[in-house]
Ligand binder design. Structure first.
Ligand SMILES: [Zn+2]
Length: 91
């Protein structure tokens, strides 16, 4: 872990439309190149809105941790009962 998952979680959930996130993973060296992956649960009526929310999450993470590459797996609110987890691995 290059970045504490709690820090990524706090930034992601500060974005309007984000319900929660889980399966947060990061690797690399902070300040040089970091890779972040996460599952993001968004409250969005369509794909376009979900995309805007995702871009805002990316932009806030970039502001804080750049240079960074981010991979976000978007999930609908129906998944919000899923266990919140910082663990990586199987869904
Ligand atoms: Zn998930």
């Amino acid at each position: 872990m290059a970045i504490a998952p709690e820090a990524i979680h706090a930034i992601a959930t500060s974005v309007p439309g984000v319900i929660n996130c889980h399966d947060i993973a990061s690797r690399g060296v902070l300040g040089r190149q970091v890779f972040i992956e996460m599952h993001l649960i968004v409250d969005a009526p369509d794909v376009e809105t979900a995309h805007h929310i995702t871009e805002e999450v990316e932009s806030r993470l970039e502001e804080r941790f750049r240079p960074v590459r981010i991979l976000i797996h978007v999930e609908p609110p129906a998944y919000k009962s899923e266990q919140i987890s910082f663990e990586t691995g199987a869904k």
